[in-house]
Design a protein around this ligand. Structure first.
Ligand code: TXA
Ligand code: MG
Length: 336
C-alpha cells in the first residue's frame, strides 16, 4: 500500500467519506500537514496513534473551522475565561495558534490522553476548513510524521513519512509557515506559552499576563528529543565564517554563506538567502529532510537570531539535535 495523493474538489469529497468511515487522512494546514481523524470516533483516534507510532500518553490537537464550534469540545470554567478566549480568537484565528482549554466530558479521553484539558485550533487552510464543515465533526490531528521525526510540510513529505501506513493525503501545496502552531494554555492567572510558534509572545501578551515557563516545556509531546533527523545534527557554537569546509558533512545555513563553504560540503541548504526569519522557518523541515537524505555523515546547523519566529525554529533545532544525538548513538547530550 502506498497512500494516494488526492486533489481538488474530488479529493475533498473522498477525504470526507474516508473520515466519516473512521479512517485517517493527512490534511494540509498553514503550519505543517496533520494526520486527521474524527475526534468523536475512538477507532479513528486509535488509528492516528498506530500510524504515527505515537504513545497513547501524548494528546492530540482538535481542529475546528470556526470559534462557534468551541462548545462542541470545550467547557469554559468562567465568563472571564471565555471572554479572553473570544478576544484571542477574533484577533488570531484562523491561524497558527492552539489554545489549551478545559475539555467537555463527552470528548473521548483518547484525544486528551486522560487530561481534563483539550488543545484546540482553528486552521486557516481552506481545504482543511472545507473538510471540517462537510464532515460536520471536529478533527483530531497531530503532525503527519512518524513519532519523534521531522514534521512534513508537503504532501510528498507526508508520503515519505507515512505512505505505507495510511490510505490518503489531501494535497494543499506547501505549508505557508512550515512550523507548528504556538500553544498557549489559558488559566485564571494568565497565559502560558507551552510551545513557541509562528504567533509571537508579543502578539499574545495583549490578551493576558504571560506566565513564564522555564526552559524546555515537557508537555507530553514536547520531548527534548523530537523533530529528529536520522543523521546527527550539531548546532554550531561559533560563527559560520569560522567553519572549515568538510566534504563529509552537510551544512544547514541560515543565510547565504561564502562561496568556499557553499562548495566545501557534501550538501548545503540555505534557509533564506536574504536572512528572512519567516522564509527560514517555512524552509526548515524540508531542508532538514533533504540534508538527512544526502550522502553526508553529519549535519552542521547555523543558529538563527532568537526573535519572532526564530525562537520557534531554534526550539525545534535544539530538539532535532538532542533527538539525533541521543537515539542509537554514542554521542550524548544536546548541542555542540
Ligand atoms: O501546527 C500544529 O499545531 C500542527 C497542525 C497539524 O495543526 N499539529 C501539531 O500536533 O503540531 P502535534 O501532535 O504534533 O503537537 C501537538 C503538541 C504535542 O506536544 C502534544 O503533547 C501537545 O500539543 N498537546 C496536545 N494536546 C494537549 C493537551 N491536552 N495537554 C497538553 N499538551 C497537549
Ligand atoms: Mg508533532
Amino acid at each position: 500500500m502506498s497512500a494516494r495523493i488526492l486533489e481538488g474538489e474530488q479529493g475533498i469529497g473522498e477525504s470526507v467519506a474516508l473520515l466519516r468511515a473512521g479512517e485517517v487522512v493527512a490534511l494540509p494546514t498553514e503550519t505543517v500537514y496533520g494526520l486527521a481523524g474524527d475526534a468523536f470516533q475512538p477507532l479513528a483516534l486509535a488509528r492516528i496513534f498506530e500510524a504515527k507510532g505515537r504513545p497513547l500518553s501524548d494528546p492530540l490537537i482538535v481542529h475546528l473551522p470556526e470559534a462557534g464550534w468551541l462548545e462542541r469540545v470545550v467547557r469554559f470554567q468562567s465568563l472571564e475565561q471565555s471572554s479572553v478566549v473570544m478576544e484571542l480568537a477574533s484577533a488570531l484565528w484562523p491561524g497558527p495558534l492552539t489554545l489549551l482549554l478545559p475539555k467537555r466530558e463527552d470528548l473521548p479521553e483518547l484525544v486528551t490522553a486522560g487530561s481534563s484539558k483539550v488543545a484546540v485550533r482553528i486552521t486557516s487552510h481552506p481545504l482543511f476548513q472545507e473538510v471540517l464543515r462537510r464532515l460536520d465533526s471536529p478533527l483530531a490531528a497531530p503532525s503527519a510524521n512518524r513519532f519523534g521525526r521531522i514534521s512534513p510540510t508537503s504532501a510528498v513529505d507526508v508520503r515519505i513519512e507515512l505512505g505505507e501506513k495510511i490510505l490518503a493525503i489531501l494535497d494543499g501545496g506547501p505549508c505557508q509557515h512550515g512550523m507548528e502552531s504556538t500553544i498557549v494554555e489559558v488559566v485564571k492567572e494568565g497565559l502560558r506559552i507551552l510551545r513557541p510558534g509562528p504567533i509571537s509572545e508579543d502578539q499574545i501578551k495583549k490578551y493576558g499576563h504571560i506566565i513564564p515557563v522555564s526552559g524546555i516545556v515537557n508537555t507530553p509531546g514536547s520531548l527534548p528529543g523530537h523533530y529528529a533527523p536520522a543523521k546527527h545534527l550539531h548546532i554550531l557554537k561559533k560563527d559560520i565564517l569560522g567553519l572549515a569546509p568538510d566534504p563529509k558533512a552537510a551544512l544547514l545555513a541560515f543565510s547565504m554563506p561564502p562561496a568556499e563553504l557553499l562548495q566545501g560540503f557534501a550538501a548545503v541548504e540555505v534557509l533564506s538567502p536574504g536572512g528572512d526569519l519567516r522564509e527560514a522557518a517555512a524552509n526548515f523541515y524540508g531542508a532538514l529532510r533533504r540534508l538527512d537524505n544526502s550522502k553526508a555523515d553529519i549535519i552542521w546547523a547555523e543558529s538563527l537570531p532568537e526573535q519572532g519566529i526564530g525562537i520557534a525554529v531554534m526550539d525545534r533545532m535544539r530538539r532535532s539535535s538532542y533527538g539525533s544525538t541521543t537515539s542509537a548513538s554514542s554521542h550524548q547530550g544536546g548541542t555542540s
